[in-house]
Design a protein around this ligand. Structure first.
Ligand SMILES: Cc1cc2nc3c(=O)[nH]c(=O)nc-3n(C[C@H](O)[C@H](O)[C@H](O)COP(=O)(O)OP(=O)(O)OC[C@H]3O[C@@H](n4cnc5c(N)ncnc54)[C@H](O)[C@@H]3O)c2cc1C
Ligand code: FES
Length: 222
């Protein structure tokens, strides 16, 4: 298990990928951790950092794919080469990689952890769903991705004889779980600390309260 560290790191590049933004940061002494783990990124001008899954881990860098939906993610997306921010991680529990027939299933910004996960699993099949062709440009980051666009759903395109690892909006995760009860699902909740101290990320899953930052974000649903 990689030990989380907090470091001030410089921005190496900020690149548009469809409507999303790939933020590349110098790695320094931070370890990338396991795919599905996340980092807390300082959002300039905001009090609280924002949780982001690691998207890519090329030599010397950590890459994060951002959906600029609110003030924190927009502030991160507006960073420029040479700016620096505090980065803390890797945090939480990632995906288990000891699966025989992996299939990655993602929706929207849920594609974020898949480039790193795909590399770790030696490029398994992938089904990705997006709202528009523009959003689907992010599929270029994941080799072998089959893309479906709304109104078609990823659950209509996924084979059912696989070990599913999924990330996406809650209704998509619920639909995947209904088809594949053993799927590994990466859940989301607003997070303030990222390491179990604030109880801000408590969610009820199957009648049990869980601090998603320490018990998740990846949970096996069965
Ligand atoms: C473990 C984890 C990994 C994540 N990885 C990524 C990633 O790789 N890329 C990415 O773009 N985003 C990711 N997110 C989501 C991201 O952290 C939030 O979208 C971000 O914190 C929103 O901040 P904001 O200030 O931009 O918007 P806010 O104003 O805080 O939120 C905008 C809207 O989204 C809702 N919201 C905010 N955070 C969440 C959340 N976590 N879950 C559900 N609804 C939320 C708010 O209620 C509000 O309606 C991840 C979240 C978690 C928990
Ligand atoms: S984010 Fe603080 S306990 Fe989970």
């Amino acid at each position: 298990m990689s030990k989380p560290r907090r470091e001030r790191r410089s921005v190496v590049a900020v690149e548009a990928v469809g409507p999303y933004v790939l933020l590349r940061i110098g790695r320094g002494g931070l370890e990338p951790g396991r795919p599905g783990q996340f980092f807390m990124l300082e959002a300039p001008g905001r009090v609280l950092p924002r949780p982001m899954s690691l998207c890519l881990a090329p030599a010397g860098e950590l890459g994060f794919l951002l959906d600029p939906i609110g003030p924190g993610t927009r502030a991160l997306a507006e960073l420029e080469h040479g700016d620096s921010i505090h980065v803390f991680g890797p945090l939480g529990n990632g995906f288990h990689l000891d699966v025989e027939r992996p299939l990655l299933v993602g929706g929207g910004i849920g594609v974020a952890p898949f480039p790193y996960l795909s590399e770790a699993l030696e490029h398994p099949p992938v089904v990705l769903g997006f709202r528009t062709e523009w959003h689907a440009e992010a599929a270029v980051l994941v080799p072998q991705a089959e893309v479906v666009i709304d109104p078609m759903l990823v659950t209509e395109a996924m084979p059912l004889d696989r070990d599913v690892l999924a990330c996406g909006p809650e209704p998509m995760l619920e639909a995947v779980r209904a088809l594949c009860p053993d799927a590994q699902l990466a859940w989301e909740a607003p997070m303030a600390c990222g390491y179990g101290a604030c109880y801000g990320c408590v969610v009820e899953i199957d009648g049990e309260l869980k601090r998603l930052c320490v018990e998740g974000p990846v949970l096996c649903s069965s």
